[in-house]
Write a protein that binds this ligand. Structure first.
Ligand SMILES: Nc1ncnc2c1ncn2[C@@H]1O[C@H](COP(=O)(O)OP(=O)(O)OP(=O)(O)O)[C@@H](O)[C@H]1O
Ligand SMILES: [Mg+2]
Length: 414
């Protein structure tokens, strides 16, 4: 029996002594409930007072319900947004979105697929800018922990005095400035993955604490009396030579073996020539879109320069280079001159550049320009001359001296 049925029954049994006062609870036009009171008093004045009080209460109740509904709908919107963002991250860090077709990169994809589903600790190795962080993300977002947090901490960027409290948190009063409890990154990553970037930078004191977390699967906040159990998958990365640091005792051997359960090596870009062009085209596409430009191709001279450069900054440097090229490019083709000056300084010791003498570069550049113009004009010399702002005679001369087969461009679309 509902409370209103019980009230009505009581009212029927005592109808001579009781009066039932009912008021609607309204939110604008919508009636969301009823406020009912059984009143003993037979005096009309008392009943008026009760009605007045009830009308005030019904306003409060309506306001409370309105607020609750608002909070619920905001929570739901946030939940939906969160799901959308997670799905976006999952697709962004899908292995299929990683660029590279070289054998070395296929090995990396295979390693990610093999290890993602497990809880194994992963150590990602590779020079700066080779994609270590990208791989750490790919492992997390392709793992069963994908809907839980991915927490990154750059061990090299945090001062030694703060790293312990960043990683493990602290209790209130643990030190003078500890006004409140602080949750560390390990606790924040509970259920998910923690990515310790530049793990080789950790001091020996913190290395001991990290080893304990890996062995015991529990952390201790600074100033805490008891440890806290955490369920965190650890992924680490470094570009340092940890094996060398073992010999100088800068890195603990026991920690090294704990971290090195599943190593993934990212090759330097210069060791995977086949990927340079793929990546260059990928970044060109990305930055052309971002800058609302239509850039269809990269000229052969620019391709030569891109593939003969030694890329000390690896993929990151190539990405920056293509972003700049997309910005400065004024035609639909990236020319050698759109590339940064560091690439124009040809390293003559590099076997790829043997025949890129000054004269050869100039000729290749001229050939590129003329071929582009001939493509656009479908082999029409006078239109090609117009595109290049020169005379038909000069174009004719260059076509002859550079040995360009003009018939190839006739009646061909772009
Ligand atoms: N295979 C790849 N496909 C597409 N983009 C890539 C690839 N590898 C790296 N990148 C891009 O190159 C940039 C550098 O990558 P990332 O930050 O992962 O390198 P890193 O090895 O962590 O560098 P560092 O050692 O300096 O921290 C990022 O913008 C990343 O998205
Ligand atoms: Mg990194």
């Amino acid at each position: 029996m509902s409370w209103i049925q019980a009230a009505y029954k009581a009212f029927q049994q005592n109808s001579k002594k009781l009066s039932l006062i009912c008021l609607p609870i309204a939110m604008g036009e919508e009636k969301i409930g009823t406020l009912a009171v059984l009143c003993k008093s037979e005096c009309e004045q008392d009943r008026d007072g009760t009605r007045h009080l009830m009308s005030i209460i019904s306003i409060f109740v309506a306001q409370e319900i309105k607020l609750k509904r608002l909070l619920e709908s905001e929570k739901e919107a946030l939940r939906q947004e969160n799901t959308l963002l997670r799905d976006e991250l999952k697709s962004r860090y899908n292995i299929h979105n990683m660029i590279g077709n070289s054998n070395a990169m296929h090995q990396v994809y295979e390693s990610i697929t093999q290890v993602a589903n497990s809880n194994a600790t992963v150590l990602i190795r590779g020079e700066s800018g080779t994609g270590k962080e990208l791989v750490a993300h790919a492992i997390h977002y392709n793992s069963p922990r994908a809907n839980m947090p991915f927490i990154k901490i750059n061990c090299g960027a945090i001062p030694e005095s703060l790293i312990e409290s960043e990683l493990f948190g602290y209790e209130k009063g643990a030190f003078t400035d500890a006004q409140d409890v602080k949750i560390g990154k390990f606790e924040a990553a509970h259920g998910g993955t923690i990515f310790l970037d530049e793990v080789g930078e950790l001091s020996p004191a913190v290395q001991v604490k990290l080893l304990r977390v890996l062995q015991e699967k529990e952390i201790e906040r600074v100033g805490a009396l008891y440890p806290i159990k955490v369920n965190v998958r650890v992924v680490t990365a470094t570009n340092r030579d940890l094996e060398q640091e073992l010999t100088t005792k800068q890195f603990r051997e026991d920690l090294y073996y704990r971290l090195n359960v599943f190593p993934i090596f990212l090759p330097a870009l210069k060791e995977r020539h086949a990927d340079i062009l793929l990546l260059a085209e990928h970044f060109l596409d990305k930055y052309a879109k971002e800058n609302n430009k239509t850039i269809a191709r990269i000229s052969s001279l620019a391709i030569d320069l891109l593939s003969s450069y030694h890329w000390p900054g690896n993929v990151r440097e190539l990405e920056n280079c293509m972003e700049r090229a997309a910005l400065v490019c004024r035609t639909d083709t990236i020319q050698a001159t759109d590339l940064p000056p560091s690439l124009q300084r040809v390293d003559t010791t590099n076997t790829h550049n043997k025949d890129l003498s000054y004269q050869c570069m100039v000729e290749t550049f001229e050939r590129e320009l003329i071929i582009d113009a001939l493509k656009k004009s479908k082999g029409n010399k006078s239109k090609a001359a117009e595109y290049l702002n020169t005379t038909q005679r000069i174009i004719g001369y260059k076509i002859q001296t550079l040995g360009i087969a003009i018939s190839k461009f006739k009646n061909k679309s772009l």
